[in-house]
Design a protein around this ligand. Structure first.
Ligand code: URA
Length: 458
């Protein structure tokens, strides 16, 4: 088999066989196939798409590129959640400790996370802004942490899904991220290899997501639910709004600080609500609690501080310095900051959320090439959201970076998307639909709308 022929066949729109897909994936992981040939194949897949059979073959080839974790020895259900990626999307960091506090040894939250990709942030980068936090646990450490504390968050380092680690980094810098087969196989190979039996997928849709329309997001959700179900897992997907960042913080240490607020029963309503919703669905999917009971329980662990305590436990178990959680001013802090002010009275207009992710990235919070270092302190606090009334001179956003040049680059990106309008933009739902093995359940009434005039639920 020759890599050249495989690229050519995909370029010309043919269906690749399982053997061809496995050859490309295993050859790349072994170092026999160079970056440029896999990049060409990724671009051909991006342009031509893949059949369901090809996507499943790609998922299995990636999953089998390394070890597959067997969680069946744990005395309880194993839970996992994954987001397709968004801006300011820090829900994993909130829900892992929430679920640890809710399940108390009845289940295990075995979370395998990723790094920032394109304009989106990554849970691992956020966690690494906590001094000492180790995302690269060995298999034994992972299992021990799960048994002892009920939860762990790790990267797909070393032997777990090495193919995704390599391909993910390549996609990030070759404009091949937002492709349904590539996203579905990337996510599901990790979910299947990480071993959890119940998996909730948060499929983001909107200007800050890889999927820009609800039908596309539903298509991605269906693909992933089908792959997971075929592999014997319980899988459900939520289609959630990414037409604006989730919460106010965008950037690694800033997002950790916001998660700490939510875990103290405070923080932005949208983030709190989405975290509660994801816990509810995961608990119900694993049949640990019914949905109503789980929703109340999720609120309770935020409001009584037990989710925060679980986050400190998780952080300490993975080598992190918990003093930064007790005092978030100790997290990395930027040396330069600037504000973006409203130039006139009106309402904040709709946003190109991807642009906001890029603004944060160019200030240092993300990577432009796969070897770039992250500036953990860099990022944005978006104090106003679409539909908020603003008066001339109000602060719309705070920007954080390590130099004036980086701040200016971020300001220039933000200026391309922040607008003040006369007519208040219509509120949008937080949840559009849920997808499970029974099909698509649209949410006509939608969960509480993202209108800031709606009173807080806590
Ligand atoms: N998240 C992933 O893990 N992989 C993708 O391809 C996109 C989002």
């Amino acid at each position: 088999m020759r890599m050249y022929d495989i690229i050519e066949r995909k370029r010309d729109g043919h269906e690749l066989s399982c053997e061809e897909i496995a050859f490309a994936v295993s050859g790349y992981v072994a170092g026999d196939i160079p970056d440029y040939q896999i990049s060409a194949l990724l671009m051909a897949i991006f342009l031509q798409g893949m059949t369901d059979a090809e996507t499943t073959a790609l998922t299995l080839a990636m999953m089998n590129s390394g070890d597959v974790v067997d969680l069946s020895e744990l005395p309880g259900a194993s839970l996992d959640k994954h987001s397709t990626g968004g801006v300011g999307d820090k829900t994993s960091l909130a829900i892992v400790p929430m679920l640890m506090a809710m399940t108390q040894g009845r289940a295990f939250v075995a979370k395998m996370s990723g790094r920032g990709l394109g304009h989106t942030g990554g849970t691992l980068d956020k966690l690494e802004s906590i001094p000492g936090f180790r995302i690269g646990l060995s298999h034994d450490e992972f299992m021990q942490t799960l048994r002892k504390h009920g939860g762990a968050i790790v990267g797909q380092t070393g032997s777990l899904v090495p193919a995704d680690k390599l391909i993910y980094a390549l996609r990030d810098v070759t404009a091949t991220v937002n492709s349904i087969p590539l996203i579905a196989s990337s996510i599901m190979s990790k979910k299947l290899a990480a071993g959890a039996t119940s998996i909730v997928l948060d499929v983001k849709v909107g200007s800050g997501a890889f999927m820009k329309t609800v039908p596309e997001a539903i298509n991605l959700a269906r693909t992933m639910v089908a792959i997971g179900t075929a592999m014997g897992r319980q899988v459900k997907a939520l289609i959630t709004n990414m037409n604006r960042p989730l919460g106010t913080a965008i950037g690694n240490a800033l997002e950790i600080a916001e998660v700490v607020e939510v875990l103290h029963g405070q923080g932005p309503d949208d983030l709190r609500h989405e975290a509660i919703m994801l816990c509810r669905e995961l608990m119900a999917l694993a049949k640990l609690e019914d949905a109503e009971q789980a929703e109340l329980h999720a609120q309770q662990v935020l409001d009584d501080g037990s989710a925060f305590d679980a986050f400190c436990t998780l952080c300490a178990a993975q080598g992190g310095d918990t003093s930064v959680l007790h005092n978030t001013a100790l997290l990395p802090q930027a040396t330069c900051c600037a504000n973006v002010y409203a130039p006139l009275d009106g309402y904040l207009g709709s946003l190109d959320t991807e642009r906001i992710g890029i603004a944060s990235l160019v200030m240092g919070a993300g990577r432009a090439t796969k070897d770039d270092a992250i500036d953990y302190a860099a990022g944005i606090r978006l104090l106003k959201h679409p539909g908020d009334a603003v008066h001339k001179g109000n602060v719309i956003a705070e920007l954080y970076a390590s130099s004036k040049e980086k701040l200016s680059a971020g300001e220039a990106e933000l200026a391309r998307t922040i607008s003040i309008v006369d007519t208040q933009p219509a509120p949008e739902p937080l949840l559009y639909a849920m997808v499970d093995t029974d099909g698509v359940h649209l949410e006509p009434a939608a969960e509480p709308a993202l209108n800031n005039s709606i009173p807080a639920t806590h």
